[in-house]
Design a binder for this molecule. Structure first.
Ligand code: HH2
Length: 275
């Protein structure tokens, strides 16, 4: 059970987190979702397609992306949160800034998804006393430069050590373990080989005893493998999502909810057959 604000989410079967970008520069929608009303419409479509959670983001973290001031991020995210609050499913906010976290939780967010794993000054304290679920993600470097020359001794061990330290920091700050998720951060300061190694050995992160979230949807690594542009990566994304689930992922952060939902139904049907 994941404790996620006023929600309790069973992770017995994998869940789908649908991505709602409220950013004009996000790599995957080319700015189409830049206004709140379009973002809300998109969110409603994702729920209709079977999203269990929505992840709302007002700052792109794509390789090379520039940071956005907190005020601008709030202007993008808060109206969308307020519009979706009554939906009855958990709303996550993808942010690295403590002031955005606090305002988002006040506006009804049940989860904070931080690609910086709550390392920003004051971030952990800002969320510790809330009831929001917290996703702690690994990245190496900063979005502007992280893909230039990522290096690891052993990518799985280093990601595991980092996430273990962030889980320990959250627990020490008084966060209940039931509120935590971890994420290896595919594409965040990782070469294709690093990403493939992490996916191949994803089950080793299970040792941390915290449920795993995986974000592979439409990522550059899938473009490198298939040669497909970002809008043509649905099939590759679904394949990656299935592999992630078979290696232990409990929540999938995806753009293509309907396709992922179909794939999960097939996995579920096969697994039930063996129960
Ligand atoms: N990837 C992106 C953003 N947030 N959060 C988690 N927990 N895991 C991820 O893998 C992850 C994430 C990629 O962000 P961006 O480049 O802005 O694209 P999009 O939001 O369309 O996925």
């Amino acid at each position: 059970m994941l404790h996620c604000g006023r929600f309790r989410l069973s992770l017995e079967h994998p869940l789908i987190m649908g991505i709602v970008n409220v950013t004009p520069d996000s790599f995957s929608d080319g700015g189409l979702l830049s206004t709140a009303s379009v973002a809300v419409e998109h969110a409603l479509r994702l729920v209709d397609e079977g999203a269990d959670i929505l992840d709302i983001g007002g700052e792109s973290t794509r390789p090379g992306a520039q940071p956005v001031p907190a005020g601008q991020e709030l202007d993008r995210v808060i109206p969308v949160l307020e519009a979706l609050h009554g939906l009855g499913i958990p709303l996550s906010v993808d942010t690295q800034k403590s002031e955005v976290m606090v305002a988002a939780i006040r506006a009804g967010a049940s989860m904070i998804n931080d690609v910086n794993a709550l390392q920003a000054e004051g971030a952990l304290d800002a969320v510790a006393t809330s009831s929001a679920a917290l996703c702690l993600m690994h990245k190496q470097g900063e979005p502007q430069t992280m893909q230039q020359e990522p290096r690891y001794r052993d990518v799985v061990v280093e990601v595991q050590e980092f996430l273990a330290a962030r889980v320990a920091a959250a627990l020490a700050a008084g966060v209940a373990r039931e509120r935590l998720l971890i994420d290896p951060g595919f594409g965040f300061g990782k070469s294709l080989q690093h990403n493939l190694t992490l996916l191949r050995q994803l089950d080793r992160l299970d040792a941390l005893g915290v449920p795993l979230l995986a974000g592979l949807s439409r990522k550059t690594m899938l473009g490198a493998i298939t040669g497909n542009a970002v809008g043509e990566r649905v099939h590759a994304s679904v394949a990656a999502a299935v592999l992630a689930v078979m290696k232990g992922a409990r929540i999938l952060r995806v753009h293509d909810v309907r396709a992922t939902r179909d794939a999960l139904k097939v996995i579920g049907a096969v697994e039930r057959e063996y129960e």
